[in-house]
Design a protein around this ligand. Structure first.
Ligand code: NAI
Length: 457
């Protein structure tokens, strides 16, 4: 049995980042990962989907080049090459993490971890043919797709007809008919990709809007953009069955409809991974299927921390990084506290959606006295120059009582890169008057936020 200061189970963004921080701080750390470092984010989520979406963007540029005075003829997409490039990107980045862990002195064990329990020596975990003992332990086992008990769905997943986030990023042939169940983040990003590359895409969503908690005005603009691009949206529709070659649902009037599909993507949410690795041997407190953590990422058991999707709070890679850091800082005795009020979210559609903080609806529901500034993106010269026919907007939600920004929401390309600036406005709680003194570069898309600040009464 080998003794460690810290055992980390799971090598996704929470686990690998925590391991790096712990290793560099001098903790003897073992990181146990059963598949590949980088977790869902790097291997079958954030990064590979961005590689695909960038290929689609390049292809879209060629298709719409005319609008910018450029003639392109005969452009086409080679899906096999797109996937091969995506695999190369993933390989490079995963390899990079392995090197970094080595540099930090972290022992990486590629095996399935099985928690055996906790005794006076610490936490005992079996992996491969060894037992590891850690004075402290960080759980970072992530999440997996929810597969609801819809007749035929599980069978569809088993036969390969129904895909999850994993398989949809490896399709070497573009399906003629793609049906997407769930109009949330994964559903929209993948619907966007397959729409660009030529699939006939139908999105079935049970709510009356797409994009989940996205600001209502922004979600509406996104919906209209993709309706124009030819995606068929079935809102307020309940999927009743997955058949051998399609998906059946009840439309908003309860009328049964079946839509044919060559492939189906199931993207109706994810759930924390809490089984299959001996977690029950620790008897940790859980809520709604996730491990409950406090603001220091501590669980109900002394010395046991959890970070990332496993706590079900904010299933985003960037949240996971930060939670991992908070856990390590607390293990090291440094004061650090996780805050969730300024976590940016992005939907990498084309146009992109970037959001931070309260939406108009959530701010009002929480009782804030709000002022809402809504501006067309056409206030930005660069936006107009680069977006023929663009209909993007920015919305700034202001707390009138303290003259501070509660939220910023935008739909426009570069929103993914701009939104962190708005996150700083929320996180630092600067007043609108102070923010007005900040100089933005010109001409940029981000300066529309500055314009919006000057509209605040
Ligand atoms: P999601 O929670 O974003 O969206 C699921 C959607 O499915 C919701 O709109 C929901 O109303 C709908 N739905 C649920 N049950 C349904 C049913 N039976 N029939 C039809 N619609 C149904 O989940 P998604 O897209 O699977 O993403 C999972 C997680 O991955 C999320 O937590 C998301 O934050 C994260 N993610 C983040 C990305 C980003 O930050 N860009 C990219 C991809 C994923």
């Amino acid at each position: 049995m080998e003794m460690f200061d810290l055992i980390i189970v799971g090598g996704g963004p929470a686990g690998y980042n925590a391991a790096l921080k712990a290793g560099h701080a001098g903790l003897k750390t073992v990181l146990i990962e059963k598949r590949a470092l980088g977790g869902v984010c790097l291997n079958e989520g954030c990064v590979p989907s961005k590689a695909l979406l960038y290929s689609a963007k390049v292809y879209d540029y060629t298709k719409h080049a005319d609008a910018y005075g450029v003639t392109v003829t005969g452009s086409s997409i080679d899906q096999k090459k797109v996937i091969a490039r995506k695999n190369k990107v993933v390989k490079t980045l995963v390899g990079g993490i392995g090197m970094q862990e080595k540099g930090a002195g972290v022992t990486v064990v590629y095996a399935e971890a099985m928690i055996q329990g906790k005794d006076s020596e610490g936490f005992k975990v079996a992996a491969g043919d060894k037992i590891y003992c850690g004075k402290q332990m960080l759980l970072a086992t992530g999440s997996m797709p929810v597969i609801p008990p819809i007749p035929g769905l599980r069978e569809g997943v088993e036969s390969g007809f129904v895909m999850t986030n994993r398989e949809v990023l490896d399709l070497e042939e573009i399906p003629a008919q793609l049906v997407v169940i769930g109009g949330g983040v994964i559903g929209l990003e993948m619907a966007s990709y397959y729409n660009s590359v030529g699939s006939n895409v139908t999105v079935i969503e049970m709510l009356d809007h797409i994009g989940g908690p996205t600001d209502a005005d922004i979600a509406k603009i996104l919906l209209n953009n993709y309706k124009k691009k030819g995606i068929n949206f079935c809102l307020k529709c309940k999927v009743t069955a997955v058949t051998a070659d399609g998906v059946s649902y009840e439309d908003e009037n309860g009328k049964p409809v079946t839509v044919k599909a060559d492939k189906v993507l199931c993207s109706i949410g994810r759930r924390a991974v809490t089984t299959g690795y001996g977690l029950e041997n620790l008897n940790v407190y859980m809520e709604r299927g996730a491990v409950k953590t406090d603001e220091y990422m501590k669980t109900s058991i002394a010395g046991l921390y959890a970070a990332g999707d496993i706590n079900g709070v904010s299933m985003l890679a960037h949240t996971a990084y930060r939670e991992g850091e908070v856990a390590i800082n607390n293990i090291l005795g440094k004061k650090d506290r996780m805050r969730y009020n300024a976590i940016p979210s992005v939907i990498y559609t084309n146009p992109e959606v970037g959001a931070i903080g309260e939406t108009e609806a959530s701010a009002k529901a929480k009782g804030y006295d709000v002022e809402v500034v809504k501006l067309t993106m056409n206030f930005s010269g660069r936006y107009v120059a680069e977006n023929e026919g663009g209909d993007g907007i920015v919305k700034v939600i202001v707390d009138k009582k303290y003259n501070r920004i509660l939220g910023v929401h935008m739909i426009a390309n570069y929103a993914s890169e701009i939104i962190y600036g708005a996150a700083m406005m929320v996180e630092t709680e600067m007043t609108v008057d102070n923010l007005k003194e900040i100089v933005f570069p010109h001409p940029t898309v981000c300066e529309v936020i500055r314009e919006a600040l000057f509209e605040v009464k």
